[in-house]
Design a protein around this ligand. Structure first.
Ligand code: 13P
Length: 255
């Protein structure tokens, strides 16, 4: 962990509607006390965001974000949600470029750069997700894929705006498969990302940008992942759906 304050993100994907979100929060608050040495952010489905906030009540250490946005502010875009609407419902963060958006919904690098721009314009913190597919890894393209995704994702931001973002490295082959990248593998890619960020904002500011790892993170592997020098936190899918398991993850890495 190079970063002073580890970041624990829970991406619920298309799980936990409003009533399940409330039940989750009621259980989770009993298992996870507020800590000022870490950041915990949930990404519920947008329809559950208001209920999540209401259930969290005074626990404002439990932050929330959107899983995706459309880049327009408002208008005739059936089914879409803007970053400003998310802010109004209590979101402080938004994911952009999650692999399921890229590979199930065909979000292009250009779409993702517009989304990142819209998220920043509304004052939310973007969590830009990057990561290679298995065939790209086997062809030795990890670095070129991650570099392309990162450069495109940041292309609409000023240097100051880049300093305010969060990056998540999520190798597609490790998502939902039970196959975690080894801490060494993840750390190597994080080093590539760190160097690219350093080129954009200078080495010192680049060091202050959190780089998260995502892909089959669970209570059983969190400590070894957080021990890797370049892993500043995690973005958790499946294991964030269960309050006890996610509380174990968020309580990890104590110093
Ligand atoms: P899993 O933790 O279920 O592999 O999902 C990772 C992920 O996609 C988080 O955004």
């Amino acid at each position: 962990m190079s970063f002073a304050k580890p970041f624990f993100g829970g991406n619920w994907k298309m799980n936990h509607g409003p009533s399940a979100a409330r039940r989750f929060v009621e259980e989770f608050v009993a298992l996870y006390e507020p800590h000022d040495d870490r950041t915990v952010v949930f990404f519920p489905p947008a329809i559950s965001l208001a209920e999540f906030r209401a259930a969290a009540g005074a626990r404002d250490d439990l932050q929330a974000g959107l899983q995706d946005v459309f880049w327009e502010v408002s208008g005739a875009y059936t089914g879409s949600i803007s970053a400003g609407m998310g802010r109004d419902a209590g979101a402080g963060f938004a994911l952009a470029g999650h692999s399921e958006r890229r590979h199930v919904f065909a979000d292009s690098d250009e779409d993702i750069s517009r989304k990142v721009g819209a998220i920043v314009a509304e004052g939310l913190t973007p969590v830009l997700c990057v990561g290679e597919k298995l065939e790209e890894r086997e062809r030795g393209e990890v670095e070129s894929v991650v570099t392309r995704q990162l450069e495109a994702g940041l292309s609409r931001l000023s240097r100051e705006q880049v300093e305010g973002i969060v990056i998540a490295y999520e190798p597609v082959w490790a998502i939902g498969t039970g196959r975690t990248a080894s801490p060494e593998d993840a750390d190597r890619v994080h080093e590539v990302i760190r160097a690219l960020l350093g080129e954009q904002v200078g080495e010192t500011s680049g060091r202050a940008i959190p780089i998260l790892y995502g892909g089959s993170v669970k209570a059983g592997n969190i400590e070894e992942l957080l021990a890797a020098p370049e892993i500043d936190g995690v973005l958790v899918g499946g294991a964030s759906l269960d309050p006890s398991e996610f509380a174990l993850i968020c309580n990890a890495g104590g110093r």
